[in-house]
Design a protein around this ligand. Structure first.
Ligand SMILES: [Zn+2]
Length: 503
């Protein structure tokens, strides 16, 4: 019925304005595409008609000539990819998000790892009125709420502070934020104890939303404990593990142990999912190798003067556990592009001295080669784990420019880890389901026309650790809310048809 109605509407529109100018015709017809509809099912051949911002028809089109016809013979058509964990500023220099749209991403989640804009209402107002290059799904950050509520670095918040955090969270969720993110490996989020997290989970549950978490510690020896902490919150609301990884764990067997812990939580009725990026190096601030007691709110200068020996020992242990200073690739400052080992050599100091005296806990960001390919690939295969980037256009890590392309190039085409329809599902239908998006993530009549047309044999991630800002190739056409934003492989300058999505 719906197909018929939309089609008649189109015919009617075309009939009413019966002159021969281009403006008379509406719609875009994509002919002969192989359709990967985002559900994970087998691809099929069909035409797709876009009318305004919607998918109007899937099948065979016999109507009047539309404004644009794309012959998609040999190409795959998928829903625009949805990135569950992205970084970037829609008002900043990188607001064209070329790194994402050139790999077919049309929707990104922001406010990750516990950090979101502090002007909760103002940001929402501004982003609604601004033109956006992608669709943005907003999350509210737990560390941000801690700060706004005056809780800050308090280790044991009093009931009044917990209530203030609950109120702030409740207001944000009322505004349309999709859920809460936590970053328990960062400060001040990591100060939260179970009581605080449960109090916030209760609010998330009342609003029927989700918690996405950068869990407390991803190290091999404690990852189960960290996951159980999140699973416990699953008693209240759906929970999601951000960028799932096992730091310095090894082998597919280890991945299966982790997955069986998550599966058994699911068996017991908890809604739990995860996302993953297809690289074995992480990327974050160098503070990740420093102890809590050397970081804010503690005074680093004082720590350095009074506990230097202890700090040295801690850093040696931590860095060696993480595969040594040669496996830490500095991404910022004068050391950009050098490993910690090389940078120390250049300065003729030990890597600990360089860390303590020249870099400090806030002094750099780096890529850390701390994951195992076999383990991460096994996680990636899991049907409840979506592909995400954890990337941005500025960080010196290839994941911001290559995650989705690499998944297709390496894990589908070269390694046959999963089929293309499964990969597309992990980038579209699965994340849309996790977020509760009702009209995106599938190719379905009436759904929004976020679409990507690509050549599965030619898709390439070009970004590398040495050259992390090279855009992906092989994505020929990308539509965002019905507007063409990538045309024959080139981004259409100044086209901003993205929207703020609210829940
Ligand atoms: Zn994170």
């Amino acid at each position: 019925m719906r197909y018929f109605f939309l089609l008649s509407l189109l015919l009617l529109t075309a009939g009413c304005t019966n002159d021969s100018s281009e403006a008379a015709n509406t719609g875009v017809l994509i002919k002969n595409a192989r359709i990967f509809d985002g559900s994970g099912s087998e691809p099929f051949q069909a035409d797709v008609l876009i009318n305004h911002d919607q998918i109007a028809l899937i099948g065979t089109y016999n109507g009047p000539e539309p404004a644009l016809i794309i012959d998609a013979t040999g190409l795959a058509l998928a829903p625009g990819f949805i990135d569950l964990h992205a970084h970037g500023d829609p008002f900043g220099e990188d607001s064209d998000f070329v790194n994402f749209i050139t790999q077919g991403v049309t929707t990104i989640c922001l406010g990750m790892d516990g950090f979101s804009a502090e002007d909760v209402t103002g940001w929402m107002r501004r982003i609604t009125s601004d033109a956006l290059s992608v669709n943005v799904v907003p999350f509210i950050g737990h560390s941000t709420i801690r700060k706004l509520s005056g809780t800050g670095y308090t280790e044991f918040p009093v009931p009044r502070q917990i209530e203030a955090m609950q109120d702030l969270l409740s207001n944000a969720l009322d505004l349309g934020y999709f859920g809460l993110t936590t970053g328990l490996e960062y400060s001040p989020g990591g100060l939260a104890c179970n009581e605080e997290l449960e109090a916030l989970a209760l609010v998330v549950s009342e609003h029927e939303k989700i918690i996405m978490s950068h869990i407390r510690n991803e190290d091999d020896d404690v990852i189960e404990t960290s996951l159980k902490e999140l699973i416990n919150l699953g008693k209240f609301c759906p929970v999601h593990v951000s960028h799932i990884k096992v730091v310095y764990g090894k082998g597919a067997r280890r991945a299966q142990e982790i997955l069986s812990l998550i599966d058994s939580a699911r068996q017991s009725g908890i809604t739990i999912t995860a996302d993953i990026y297809p690289y074995t190096a992480s990327y974050t601030g160098i503070g990740i190798v420093f102890p809590e007691w050397a970081k804010a709110p503690n005074n680093y200068g004082k720590v350095k003067a009074s506990r230097r020996k202890e700090l040295e020992e801690y850093l040696i242990n931590k860095v060696m556990q993480r595969n040594g200073p040669g496996a830490t690739l500095l991404g910022t400052g004068p050391w950009k592009g050098m490993t910690l080992a090389d940078a120390a050599k250049v300065h003729s100091v030990s890597f600990t001295d360089l860390l303590i005296d020249d870099i400090g806990p806030d002094g750099a960001s780096a890529a850390y080669f701390i994951m195992d390919e076999a383990l991460q690939a096994e996680l990636m295969k899991d049907p409840f784990i979506a592909i995400a980037s954890d990337g941005s256009s500025t960080m010196n890590h290839p994941r911001g420019f290559g995650s989705f392309a690499k998944t297709i190039r390496k894990y589908v085409r070269e390694d046959s880890l999963f089929s293309l329809q499964q990969a597309v599902y992990k980038m579209t239908g699965l994340p849309a389901g996790i977020l509760g998006l009702k009209d995106r993530g599938l190719i379905k009549a009436g759904y929004k026309a976020d679409l990507v047309l690509f050549d599965p044999g030619l898709v390439n991630d070009n970004a590398t650790y040495d050259n992390p800002h090279l855009t992906a190739t092989g994505f020929r056409f990308v539509f965002l809310n019905g507007e063409l934003i990538i045309n024959d492989g080139n981004s259409v300058k100044g086209k901003k048809s993205g929207r703020l999505l609210i829940h």
